[in-house]
Design a protein around this ligand. Structure first.
Ligand code: SF4
Length: 462
């Protein structure tokens, strides 16, 4: 791994050194909205879905197009269109503390149904989302917005709502003997019920061969994406900034109907990233001084922070929303079981993957005794040699805001990496004071410098 950051040409370039190969991936997101609108015009069913791990290949096998209100809220936020939908949601009686993603789509649905009789609002960014024939929520992540919000949406849009079930055991429960296998069986049974529901909805039989072929392609596509964003970005300087990760991830995190084509685009991206590594080129057009992780929900309402911080040498090398590592599931014959074992690995598998056998055994023992361990929180700090974490508490997301103190504590205890916490929101730009945040970032550099010395004194690797 290279240890020096070569200065790169800075004139007439934007502060973040954007990958050229990311633009083709980003264009796919626009195309998804277009494909969905065309499908609706042709009378095909369209689903509005919560981001969750199960439905993508199932919908592909049934030829059902889909859009993601969560992702669309970030589009509205970036385009400055979210405020009107948020206000409309509030005037309908939904609290302003409700998940910003949900507020945006509830306001959008109310505008669509009440003002336009089901037509797409003409002001909607990227051509908007057509009225759905189906809504898919999710019970996982211990978040009520994922299912209660989607149930409310179903009442506006007068269409069926399916809530996919994802058990969310505590760490200790997840390590109990047989717990993982019980989860696998439970989810498989639930997905079979979902398939029966889809068959009834569209009046066609589910095509298991098509499903398995699609799933295999999705796994191959994800393996390339994992190689780029989870392996190559550990290089010094890190060749790819979070800004590009957020642009590229949409095509895998939501759903792709063309995993073979998207894999090719990721292969192009991998070549570009590898070229940067070979030539010591960073993901910012400035020498990399601070290797940063962005934690919390994506800062869709204030993405400019990456460009503002790049001239100070802040290179964001890690963030949330990552794919699963590749896994050999050739022994699994049932394609539904293959999907479940691919998407859900279980806590034990993850600990074994991230640590050597001795450490893994110690961490599992600690979890069984205390209910938690600090160490898994520090894996990113170790693998990416982080100098600091910028963490957003999104004021409209209780799930991600309730545990920030614990994460900060754990990062410090196990890796001596400081966290700068700020209050903001992923959608509502009115809740983020970017100028004040940038001043705090400037002051935070002293803290990061201090802990760099502390790690050195403690004999840590970076
Ligand atoms: S986890 Fe947070 S952002 Fe996601 S749906 Fe729930 S409240 Fe919204």
């Amino acid at each position: 791994m290279a240890t020096e950051t070569k200065p790169v040409e800075t004139t007439r370039k934007r502060p973040v050194n954007r990958l050229q190969t990311v633009y083709a991936l980003r264009a796919l997101t626009d195309k998804q909205y277009e494909d969905t609108r065309k499908a609706a015009e042709a009378g095909k069913p369209v689903a509005w879905c919560m981001v969750e791990p199960w439905h993508g290949s199932l919908l592909n096998a049934m030829d059902i197009e889909s859009v993601y209100p969560e992702s669309y809220a970030s589009v509205c936020s970036a385009a400055g269109a979210a405020k009107a939908y948020l206000d409309r949601s509030e005037s309908e009686g939904f609290p302003s503390t409700l998940c910003g993603y949900l507020q945006n789509v509830l306001g959008y649905a109310d505008r669509m149904i009440t003002d336009l009789g089901g037509d797409i609002p003409p002001e909607a960014p990227r051509g908007g989302m057509p009225k759905p024939a189906l809504i898919i929520g999710n019970s996982g992540g211990t978040c009520d917005a994922r299912y209660k919000g989607f149930q409310a949406l179903g009442r506006y849009l007068d269409c069926p709502v399916w809530i996919t079930e994802s058990p969310s055991p505590s760490p200790r429960e997840a390590l109990l003997p047989g717990a993982y296998e019980r989860d696998v069986q439970f989810i498989m049974e639930h997905l079979r019920q979902f398939i029966a529901f889809l068959e009834k909805l569209v009046g066609r039989k589910f095509d298991y061969d098509k499903f398995e072929e699609d799933l295999d392609h999705q796994m191959e596509m994800n393996a390339v994406w994992y190689n780029i964003t989870d392996e190559l970005r550990t290089a010094r300087p890190s060749p790819m900034n979070s800004r590009d990760h957020y642009s590229a991830m949409q095509s895998v995190l939501m759903r792709t109907t063309d995993p073979v084509g998207v894999k090719k685009l990721f292969e192009n991206m991998r070549d570009e990233v590898q070229h940067r590594i070979d030539n010591g080129i960073a993901g910012i057009n400035y020498p990399e001084k601070y290797r940063m992780s962005f934690q919390g929900l994506g800062p869709w309402s204030h993405m400019q922070i990456f460009d503002i911080l790049a001239p100070r040498g802040w290179n964001f090398v890690r963030e949330g929303y990552h794919p699963q590592p590749p896994i050999d599931l050739s022994w699994v014959k049932d394609p539904i079981e293959k999907l479940v074992r691919y998407r859900r690995r279980g806590l034990e598998w993850n600990i074994d993957h991230d640590f050597g056998p001795k450490d893994a055994a110690r961490i599992k023992k600690e979890i069984m005794e205390k209910g938690f361990s600090d160490e898994p929180a520090a894996v990113d700090a170790r693998d990416y040699q982080l100098d600091g974490v910028l963490m957003q508490t999104s004021l409209t997301c209780r799930l991600t805001s309730c545990r920030t103190g614990l994460t900060i504590d754990r990062m410090m205890k196990s890796s001596k990496v400081p966290v700068l916490l700020y209050y903001g929101d992923m959608i509502d730009a009115r809740l983020v004071d970017v100028d004040a945040l940038m001043k705090r970032c400037e002051a935070f550099e002293e803290t990061m410098d201090y802990y760099k010395e502390e790690r050195k004194k403690a004999g840590m690797a970076w």
